[in-house]
Design a binder for this molecule. Structure first.
Ligand code: GLA
Length: 337
């Protein structure tokens, strides 16, 4: 009997560049994702793909550094095999409906789909997410947080997840009936390992060394930071944490107009204080905001390119190619029906 494993991509509704400093995030899974099909057995994990060139051929029990595996996409597979350390191999296919480098957590979906196919215990979401986060860090050296992997495993249909990345508590926030999310690509593709993601994380760590945990800083503490770039970075993280709670409350209370204003405020903060937007993303967000039936829009994920999201009335016409639209989707699964 062949197996089928699936893990979704995500959009982050709000709370970007907060997870790696123990902040708050509010992501939801989408209906695009990565599927692994095949048969277990043998001493190798061997996966072909219709989207990616070459074959991932990973021997079990191999201690080699995944960062040197070719083709490049196979580095994620190798790192997950290293983390899960399965006793049986797998021969099959890995296919994805997520655009790589689009800010929709395509690499986390790949990692979680492979982990799921190799028998990771989905009833322990945090363990699976941590293994896949370590895999990402080892595969491509991106010092990512836990958000993408955790939502790929733990997502629940029709709810967003408020994750406290300090305690790793997850709260389910019901998504309003009269709304949906639209995902549009800015046209700017990027590979996270080649962006200033690690630099931003290092800046946040430098702030914490100077003045203590970002999570505990008051607005006055932030304004007292002398170095102007670090002051702006700190202002983004602290105000973004507040916006996560404000958005969770607004969604629960069906206050869609206010929810939209919070998305826009988050975009402005990521653009001006954290400096991870691009002109194409800014233009896209501006045109989405001007669209009737749209409550608000912002970049989603790490930025530096990739996608924007809009919160809108279900089915409103959008004058841009839509990658996906809908309500929160469920997390990873193995062998349905
Ligand atoms: C990437 C990382 C996440 C998170 C976001 C920004 O998606 O994988 O851990 O840091 O960027 O919010």
């Amino acid at each position: 009997m062949g197996l089928r494993a699936w893990a979704p991509g995500r959009v982050n509704l709000i709370g970007d560049h907060t997870d790696y400093v123990g902040g708050l995030v509010l992501p939801m899974a989408i209906g695009l994702g990565t599927e692994v099909t095949g048969d277990r057995g043998g001493d190798w994990v061997m996966l072909g793909s219709e989207q990616f060139d070459g074959v991932a051929e990973i021997p079990l029990g191999d201690q080699a550094d995944p960062a040197f595996v070719e083709p490049r996409w196979a580095r994620y597979v190798a790192a997950v095999v290293g983390e899960i350390d399965p006793s049986d191999g797998l021969v099959g296919m890995l296919n994805s409906t997520l655009p790589p480098g689009g800010g929709l957590a395509s690499s986390a979906a790949l990692e979680v789909a492979v982990a799921t196919a190799l028998g990771a215990d989905l009833t322990e979401p945090l363990g699976v997410a941590r293994a896949c986060q370590r895999a990402e860090q080892r595969a491509v050296g991106v010092p990512c947080g836990i958000m993408d992997q955790l939502v790929a495993v733990a997502a629940v249909a029709n709810t967003a997840l408020r994750i406290d990345c300090r305690t790793l508590d997850i709260e389910r926030i019901p998504f309003p009936e009269g709304a949906e999310i639209v995902v549009i690509h800015s046209g700017d593709e990027r590979e996270l390992a080649k962006t200033a993601y690690a630099e931003r994380r290092a800046e946040c760590e430098a702030i914490e060394e100077m003045v203590g945990p970002l999570r505990e800083l008051t607005p006055a503490d932030v304004e007292a930071i002398e170095e102007p770039i670090l002051r702006r970075r700190a202002r983004h993280v602290t105000t973004e944490n507040d916006r996560v709670d404000a958005l969770a409350a607004a969604l629960a209370a069906d206050q869609l107009r206010y929810a939209g204003e919070l998305l826009v405020a988050s975009h402005v903060s990521l653009r001006d204080d954290f400096e991870v937007s691009t002109p194409a993303l800014d233009e896209l967000v501006t045109s989405l905001r001007a669209t009737p039936g749209v409550f608000g829009a912002r970049v989603t994920g790490a930025g530096f390119g990739g996608c924007a999201i809009a919160l809108c009335r279900p089915g409103v016409p959008i004058a841009a190619p839509i990658l996906w639209r809908g309500r929160p989707a469920p997390g990873a699964w193995l062998n349905p029906g």
